[in-house]
Write a protein that binds this ligand. Structure first.
Ligand code: 5GP
Length: 261
C-alpha cells in the first residue's frame, strides 16, 4: 500500500507562527495564513484524561502518518471532506483552521470500554449495526455522554449539524471498517471530531489514529492501539511501529524521508 503524501500548491510559502494551543498529544500553531493551522504530533502518551503519562518514541510520527493516510482515504473512499491540506513533515500537518464542534463522535462496531461499563454489555459482543454516540468535549467534565437534546439546548451544535455528524460518521465507518478488515484488524470503536469551516461547511478534523481507536488483531484479539498503554499490556512504541508496518507495508525504520516532503 503506497504512503500518501499531501503535496498541494496550497501550502507553498506557509510558515509556522506562534503556539495557539497545546493538547495532550498535539500542538497547534498559527501560520502566516489566517485560514490554516500547523499541527505538530507529540510523542507524549496520556490516558484517563491525563492522569497517566509517558513519552513514547516514534508515537507522534506513527500517529501523524496514519492519520494523514486515513483522513485522505476518508475523502476518497467515504466522500467525507477533512481539514487536511498537506503533510509538512512526518510529524506536522497543515490543516484548515476550523472551529471544532464540541461534540465528540464515537462509533462502535464491537462492545468495549465505556459502553461495557455503562450498560453492563460484555466486552467483545459484535453489535448488530454501528452505534454512534455523542460526548460533550470537556476535559473538566471528562467528556460526558450526551444526547441530541443536550447538544441543541446548550448550543453545542445545531440540528442539521448533528444529522451531518451522524451521517458522515456512518460513511466513515463503512470505509474504515473495510480498510482495517483488509489488514486483518477489527475496528472495535473510535472517536471522531468535526469542525465548522466558513460557517456552513463541516469538515472531519483532529485525527484518526490508534490513540483514538480500538483495533484488535483478528484471531488473537490482541490490542494494536492505546489500550496497550492504558492497560499496561505491552510496549506501545513497538505496537505502533508494527501497526505502521501493517498499514504501509514496510518497517517504520525504512520509511521514506522522515523529514519534510
Ligand atoms: P470509550 O468511550 O469506550 O472510552 O472510547 C471509545 C473510543 O473512542 C475508544 O477507541 C477511545 O480511544 C476513543 N476516545 C473516546 N474519547 C477519547 C478521547 O478523549 N481521546 C482519545 N484519544 N480517544 C478517545
Amino acid at each position: 500500500m503506497p504512503e500518501l503524501h499531501y503535496t498541494t500548491p496550497d501550502h507553498a510559502g506557509v510558515t509556522q507562527g506562534p503556539l495557539l494551543h497545546e493538547g495532550k498529544a498535539k500542538k497547534v500553531f498559527a501560520t502566516n495564513r489566517d485560514d490554516l493551522v500547523w499541527i505538530h504530533f507529540k510523542d507524549d502518551a496520556t490516558a484517563f484524561n491525563g492522569v497517566k503519562r509517558a513519552n513514547i518514541g516514534d508515537k507522534g510520527a506513527v500517529n501523524a502518518r496514519i492519520s494523514a493516510h486515513l483522513l485522505r482515504h476518508m475523502e476518497t473512499a467515504a466522500g467525507v471532506p477533512s481539514h487536511m491540506v498537506a503533510e509538512l513533515s512526518e510529524r506536522d500537518h497543515l490543516c484548515k483552521k476550523v472551529d471544532i464542534i464540541p461534540v465528540e463522535v464515537v462509533v462502535r462496531n464491537v462492545a468495549a470500554g465505556s459502553l461495557c461499563r455503562r450498560l453492563g454489555i460484555e466486552q467483545g459482543r459484535v453489535l448488530p449495526r454501528p452505534l454512534v454516540e455523542f460526548f460533550y468535549k470537556s476535559d473538566e467534565l471528562n467528556d460526558p455522554l450526551i444526547n441530541d437534546e443536550n447538544a441543541l439546548m446548550f448550543g453545542w451544535a445545531e440540528a442539521w449539524e448533528l444529522a451531518y455528524l451522524r451521517a458522515a460518521a456512518l460513511k466513515v465507518n463503512e470505509a474504515l471498517v473495510a480498510f482495517w478488515d483488509e489488514l486483518d484488524v477489527t475496528l472495535v470503536d473510535y472517536k471522531l471530531e468535526f469542525g465548522r469551516w466558513h460557517g456552513n461547511q463541516i469538515l472531519l478534523a483532529d485525527e484518526i489514529t490508534p490513540d483514538g481507536s480500538r483495533l484488535w488483531e483478528k484471531g488473537t484479539q490482541k490490542s494494536l492501539d492505546k489500550d496497550v498503554f492504558r492497560k499496561d499490556i505491552g510496549d506501545l512504541g513497538d505496537t505502533y511501529r508494527a501497526l505502521f508496518a501493517r498499514v504501509f507495508g514496510h518497517d517504520f525504520a525504512e520509511r521514506a524521508g522522515g523529514a519534510a516532503v
